[in-house]
Design a protein around this ligand. Structure first.
Ligand code: UDP
Length: 339
């Protein structure tokens, strides 16, 4: 009797990406239920959806078996985004990161298997580790550091999630799709857990300086969250995606130094009331040891090979970096105006 397109359960749905995914699914006629323990997600991210008739939020943890079991039984597909992310959090609290990622995904896959529900499992470009191959293809080898460096625990925790998801698919036929998110940015992302773009924007809006770690020659590709979400919508509707792994990201690459300059350019045009500091006061360079932990190893370049998802679904990112930076700047300005 229901006219909905499908029923989606989003774990971590009050997070940055989960909240955008909720909006996009609702706009396409899905019924959306979010489960989030608000550890890194925020209720404000989904508050505007609370009056939508096809939206429901459950504030609880995914390891609460009774609750997860009920929600898994009531949906058609699970987008599993709940995870502990952010390099800073990983270095500060590796126990929480490993337990959340491994036990949480185990709980989700078990519940999905009980009702034979499709799972779209979020992973990360961190699984490639410090391999210096450019770009990263889904079947490339992983290159990791020692277990004594907390940073690598995130990579391995998500790799275990991938192994488990693919094993469920292989052994039991559970429909599982793994997607590896590369750097994703957009409105609502918080810099609290180290993410560079919201940090740089906040720093610039407060008059600087922007904190560049290392010498700023390391590069990343920053994908607009709306493009990312569109990729997930296409993957969920593509039966041939099941049992496979997909990179999701953009190939527009910038160094962190250039990113800092671009943030200043964006602030100059979107926030003219911000007083631009002298060039010398715009950036400060902070050694990695100080920014993270002694011996911290950063990835010098991180570029996805997105030919697999493009070939299968036609998806490719559309929104250029400067436009996304302006969205982030305007979003942060509107938040500080209403705070
Ligand atoms: N970064 C930086 N200043 C900051 C935060 C991050 O220079 O205040 C750098 C960080 O060292 C990395 C890049 O920005 O080289 C991206 O960092 P983020 O934590 O956003 O993502 P990831 O390291 O996972 O790609």
């Amino acid at each position: 009797m229901s006219s909905v397109r499908g029923r989606a359960l989003i774990t971590g749905g009050a997070g940055f990406i989960g909240s955008h995914l909720s909006e996009a699914l609702l706009a396409q006629g899905w019924q959306v239920t979010v489960i989030d323990n608000l550890s890194t997600g925020r209720y404000e991210n989904i508050q505007h959806l609370s009056s939508e008739p096809h939206f429901k939020a459950v504030i609880d943890t995914i390891t609460h078996e009774v609750v997860l079991d009920r929600l898994a039984g009531e949906c058609d597909v699970i987008f599993h985004l709940a995870a502990a992310v952010g390099v800073e959090l990983i270095v500060r609290d590796p126990v929480r990161v490993i337990e959340t990622n491994v036990l949480g995904t185990h709980a989700v896959l078990q519940a999905a298997a009980r009702y034979r529900k499709k799972v779209l499992l979020a992973s990360t470009s961190e699984v490639y580790g410090k391999s210096n191959k450019v770009p990263f293809g889904e079947d490339d080898d992983r290159v990791l550091g020692p277990t004594t460096k907390a940073r690598w625990s995130y990579s391995d925790s998500k790799a275990v999630d991938e192994f488990l998801g693919l094993a469920y698919h292989r052994q039991t036929g559970l429909p599982v799709v793994v997607f590896r998110l590369f750097n994703t940015i957009g409105p609502r992302q918080t810099g609290q857990y180290g993410m560079v773009v919201p940090r740089f924007v906040r720093q610039a809006l407060s008059g600087g300086p922007i904190t560049v770690y290392g010498d700023g020659s390391q590069s990343r590709c920053f994908c607009n969250v709306q493009d990312t979400v569109r990729a997930l919508l296409q993957l969920v509707e593509t039966p041939e995606a099941v049992g496979r792994v997909f990179n999701v990201g953009t190939v527009e690459e910038v160094t962190v130094l250039e990113l800092a300059q671009r943030v200043w350019t964006g602030v100059e045009s979107c926030a003219p009331t911000v007083k631009m500091p002298e060039p010398a006061g715009r950036m400060v360079f902070i050694p990695y040891d100080q920014a993270y932990e002694p011996g911290f190893e950063d990835m010098q370049r991180r570029v996805p090979d997105i030919s697999r998802i493009k070939r299968l679904t036609g998806w490719e990112p559309r929104i250029p970096l400067q436009q996304t930076l302006e969205q982030v700047i305007l979003d942060m300005l509107s938040r500080s105006a209403t705070a």
